[in-house]
Design a protein around this ligand. Structure first.
Ligand code: ADP
Ligand code: MG
Length: 701
């Protein structure tokens, strides 16, 4: 009996325990993993050239022997080692040189057969190949390294391309006849996709570039499809789930809105419309609210909270930092009492609101736990502390999650499970293009606020090198002298946390005693006790601190209108979206404001990236750039969406295919959610292998 595809890799001939280990180290554990381990790139060696026919300036492939009497020397020129081999076929000879790889000398014994692939250049009177890629060929072996389009892999340690290629060839020969295609025939034929066997053969050893492209298309589709079927299933399940049908007290809502010191933008209005209709419906709301920094998402969420509370439910509002929790708490408490103040009544605490963070004492915390459980609190705003087991709601009706990218999907679910199918509103200030959002956050409905409130001006953004920092300081001083406030942000990354904190402190000391002697400076970073952080923030808010040196604790949500200038040190160390978030901390009032990026990476690739910050002010545009640069895996973070598991499909360049895969997945699930039809059985098997937890979603009820 032959082994099946999920047999461990060591069952393959030629793979012993040691080699198996190096395969495991790059994620190849089973035969199937190996078949799905795709080439990094290809070399078109389909045309072998004879040495006599080589053309100057072109990349070509030859098959030749190291000449018995050819020179093989190694010498040093300006500290560089050069290896030369004379090779020949029956039409002529040519010299090949390799720089700085002295160990190569061992390979080029006279008589050795080589496939050489490289650019032919003139050297003096003769032609030569510089740094060609080469492979040693032995007679009688299947030659997968020439006369064809040749795959190039990221190799496990201790293996060469040739060996790896031959191994793959053998695995394909042996296992392809036993492959079963998990994509149902209808879906394959409607999308004009190759079958699995053809695809795997052609992704590794393409018969033509066209077939390689079709193989890629098919395998990318498969990946997207397997990722979208469970999403479609979850979405269907959500739609069936009966949640809360909130009773909307229109008068309460209008009086809250009337009390606000501004008029809602039309985007805010329309998003609110969508949220209201979700909340009124018995289906569970699962809505993602995307909007640029400062677009006014919080007030929309607050109104949703007022609706839920008006109907007798409790609301949990989770944010990523204490400072932000406190800010929301204060703002919402104030806004909620505005209608009373305006009506000339004394502010009536009709909204019972609590703040729950990690820095409460045990006694305070337990008191709040009790109040939440008894239903004596309507709205609790908090950090991760909300996820603690002690937090039990009497009747949780709405969950709001701000800055969702800071939380994992699991944390979201944890909070939601504290109620009986509460509505969920998730907010993000790292907006991505709608088509991409729909597919990636597949089971969420999406609302977008595109407009900023009126009167906002784009933040004047500049890029300076370190040696021009004095200019940056001049801009900051100009602002300070007008009574405005300034942030100086210092990058602190996890990998070098202690060092970076020390850097931030040092910089604070230098600025305080130097450039900014005449002003009041403050320092805030994540290592300070929460209480100390709060004190600093409060002082800044009250204007007692003019210039705040800070780490990225500032990143999310902080809203202080008098701060009009931000200097970001070593800006190249941040991602674009993060820079945009940081920049969103200024320009929140009507005054002109400034964001100065300081970086010595100007000329490099990182510098080009930073130019995007000067050029673009739209968070959607910037997210798009950022996505392109960092790729979806890093952009969305490891915790989310299984995107990092995509081995071949790229949702950015393959948007149409992703969209199609999603549509097909939705259609399939609508017609056969249990995947019980005969043509879907293989798909079902594959899915349950990947996601055993979906079994229960496949049944109705
Ligand atoms: P974000 O979307 O980044 O969470 P916020 O909700 O913090 O934005 O809003 C940014 C600022 O804009 C806040 O000070 C908020 O009070 C104010 N704001 C919100 N909506 C409006 C509006 N329609 N008109 C004017 N200012 C608004
Ligand atoms: Mg916000």
């Amino acid at each position: 009996m032959k082994e099946s595809l999920d047999a461990p890799i060591r069952y393959l001939k030629g793979i012993g325990p040691k080699r198996a280990q190096s395969f495991n180290a790059i994620g190849i554990n089973t035969v199937e993993d190996l078949l799905y381990y795709f080439p990094r790139r290809y070399q078109d060696r389909s045309h072998l050239t004879t040495i006599a026919a080589l053309k100057e300036g072109e990349i070509q492939t030859i098959k030749a022997q190291v000449l018995a009497r050819g020179q093989k020397r190694s010498f040093y020129r300006r500290g560089m080692s050069i290896i030369e081999a004379q090779v020949g076929d029956n039409t002529g000879r040519i010299s090949c040189v390799w720089f700085n790889q002295p160990y190569l000398a061992d390979y080029f014994k006279p008589g050795t057969g080589l496939i050489l692939y490289g650019k032919v250049e003139r050297y003096g009177a003769e032609l030569q190949m510089g740094n060609p890629e080469f492979e040693i060929v032995s007679e009688g072996e299947d030659d997968m390294g020439s006369g064809r389009i040749v795959p190039v892999y990221s190799l496990p340690s201790g293996m060469a391309q040739r060996g790896f290629r031959n191994l793959l060839k053998k695995a394909l020969d042996e296992y392809v006849p036993r492959l079963s295609d998990c994509l149902p025939y209808d879906i394959r034929s409607q999308n004009n996709l190759l079958n699995l066997a053809q695809s795997l053969i052609n992704i590794h050893f393409p018969q033509s570039l066209d077939l390689q492209a079709r193989a890629y298309q098919r395998l990318a589709f498969e990946e997207f499809f397997l990722f979208q079927v469970p999403v479609a299933l979850r979405k269907l399940k959500n739609k069936e789930r009966r949640g809360i049908s909130h009773n909307i007290d229109s008068e309460l809502v209008s009086s809250f809105i009337a009390g606000l010191p501004f008029k809602l933008t039309s985007d805010q209005e329309s998003v609110l419309g969508e949220i209201k209709s979700d909340m009124a419906s018995p289906q569970v709301m699962q809505r993602l609210l995307q909007g640029d920094v400062g677009s006014g998402k919080t007030v929309v969420a607050t109104i949703a909270a007022i609706i839920a509370i008006g109907g007798g439910y409790q609301v949990a509002f989770m944010v990523p930092t204490e400072v932000l929790a406190k800010q929301h708490y204060e703002k919402i408490s104030y806004q909620a009492t505005l209608p009373d103040r305006q009506a000339g009544k004394s502010p009536n605490q009709q909204l019972r609101i609590a703040l729950l963070t990690g820095s409460l004492t045990k006694k305070e915390r337990e008191k709040i736990y009790r109040q939440i459980e008894e239903g004596a609190i309507d709205l609790v705003i908090g950090t991760h502390a909300l996820l603690e087991a002690g937090v039990k709601f009497k009747n949780l009706g709405l969950v709001v999650i701000d800055e969702q990218h800071k939380f994992g999907v699991g944390q979201r679910a944890l909070l939601t499970r504290k109620g009986l199918y509460p509505d969920i509103l998730i907010m993000t200030a790292t907006p991505i293009p709608r088509t991409l959002a729909i597919t990636i956050y597949g089971d969420l409905d999406i609302s977008v606020i595109r407009q900023l409130p009126p009167g906002r001006q784009p933040v004047n953004t500049m890029l300076f090198s370190h040696k021009d920092k004095a200019k940056a300081y001049e801009v900051a001083k100009g602002q300070l002298r007008q009574g405005r406030q300034v942030y100086v942000v210092y990058p602190v990354i996890e990998e070098s946390y202690a060092l970076d904190i020390a850097g931030a402190k040092k910089m604070y000391g230098q600025l305080k005693d130097g450039e900014f002697k005449e002003f009041n400076l403050g320092l805030i970073h994540g290592r300070l006790k929460q209480q100390e952080q709060d004190e600093v923030m409060l002082k800044f808010k009250e204007g007692k601190i003019d210039l705040l040196v800070s780490t990225t604790v500032l990143e999310v949500g902080i809203d202080i209108a008098n701060a009009t200038c931000m200097i970001i040190e070593s800006a190249e160390r941040f991602g674009l979206s993060q820079l945009h978030q940081l920049r969103g901390r200024v320009g929140r009032g009507r005054e002109e404001s400034f964001c100065i990026l300081v970086s010595d990476a100007e000329s490099s690739k990182a510098g080009g990236r930073l130019e995007a910050m000067v050029k673009y002010h739209d968070g959607f545009r910037i997210a798009e750039e950022d996505l392109k640069i960092r790729g979806p895996g890093e952009f969305f973070g490891r915790r989310q969406h299984g995107l990092t598991e995509l081995r071949i499909g790229n949702p950015l360049t393959q948007m149409q295919l992703l969209k199609k895969a999603r549509e097909d997945a939705i259609r399939l699930i609508a017609s056969d959610r249990g995947l019980g039809a005969r043509q879907n059985l293989l798909l079902k098997k594959k899915l349950l292998q990947k996601f055993p937890e979906y079994e229960k979603l496949m049944v109705v009820g």
